[in-house]
Design a binder for this molecule. Sequence first.
Ligand code: BG6
Length: 491
Amino acid sequence: MRKTKKETFNPFNFIIFGGDGDLALRKIYPALFHRLYDGQITPDFQIFAICRRERSLVEFKKSVLDFISESGLEFGKSDMATVFLERIQLVQVSDYSPESYSYLKSALKLHPKAPSIFYFSTPSSAFGPIASALKENGLIDERSKVVLEKPLGHSLATAQEINSQVGAAFQENQVYRIDHYLGKETVQNLMVLRFANHLFEQAWNSQHIENVQITVAESLGVQSRAGYYDQSGALLDMVQNHLLQLLCLVAMEPPHKLEADFVRNEKLKVLYALRPFSKKNIKTQSVKGQYTRGKIAGKSVSSYLEDIEKFDSKTETFVALTAFVDNWRWKGVPFYLRTGKRMPKRYSEIVINFRPVAHNIFPSGEEIPANKLIVRLQPEERIELVQMTKIPGPGGYRYKPIALKLDFVDNFKERFPEAYERLIMDVVRGNQTLFMRQDELEASWTWIESITKNWKDVQMPVVLYEAGTWGPGQAVMIDDHVWNTKGYALD
Ligand code: BG6
């Protein structure tokens, strides 16, 4: 067994709605298992996997075990895997009637000392009805918490409606709106890098930074989520939540303390300061793309339309935006946001491009490439500071950019907990810092609607790009940190 962490938790009931869904199997059960394996939680918790249809418990547990084994074969074979599976009960809740909830009600009564954590991993249209059924059946008390998976609605109005329905059953301090990007190790390190180092914070403004580029490229397509994805597209699936949260962490002012509301207040100010899109700039500051057939790592892949088996869809699988944060710190600094599916590789990073030095004193006289700070989220997690260095030896002052690298894999040998592990433990311990508050969510929807509305008004075209390329020509994603920084003129 790995080294036991000092912090351990009291028993809790973990109730997952959508308990047999893809997200629960891929992320939630493995996350809980690893926290048990590491000794952070003790084997006296209960998991209730709520599903709508009847399922075989044996087959279900086999699927859970398969996903645990995917995180490392030795984990699937460990005794702890058997212990973990014993904690899971499969409960069928087919509708919102009291009869449907009666088993859960009596099962939870058997563990009155353990607080209940309800995890809603269903389409968000079900959040309100589930919350109200829980309330009506007396399953919520002041120790209960609820975790809401994204996407929370599909517009400002629907997000508000869900918030108010959930708010009728839970207080805001019981609600955890999860965005798993905030649980990623390097994303957390961004906070430490910014606020525990004197060096960077001094240069963290428009005087010293030319632009910021946030990219989340995926080689995967839409997999088995055609129905959901075609309703959302890249803007709602990735930008409204993950990319905006990354932008907030880069752009926010230092919070007074690392406490939930102080951090969330600062993020909220960034969201309020985002310049809304207009009819005038939507075509030059945004690009929508959709992948066609192509090749990734030598393998042919089908087009988006073939993947979703719907041949008239105009949903975007790629989006690039030039955003501005209208405040003193960031005046005039573009934030280039891009995300796409079926790119050549999985590749996510934040690049802070500093301004070049004011004057070149060296004989070449050419412009000296500027410093960059690269925060790489995946596939490997690392931070690089690109700076100019003299090429050793004779030949006068010759120089080239060299990166100072902080490689997490080399420097920290332990297994990194997955984002969901950290976030679920934060829910258990009651720390809301890495979860979105209602006003943050609504502010992000307001900005996103300035895009969706203007896309509609100008009938924004979806530009096709071949799978296995870096997206439409208008927003070319050039490999290795040398991005196109000129904006995205469509004409
Ligand atoms: C999810 C999106 O929130 O994030 C998916 O719905 C996307 O479409 C995924 O693939 C990416 O997460 P990660 O952690 O693999 O970068």
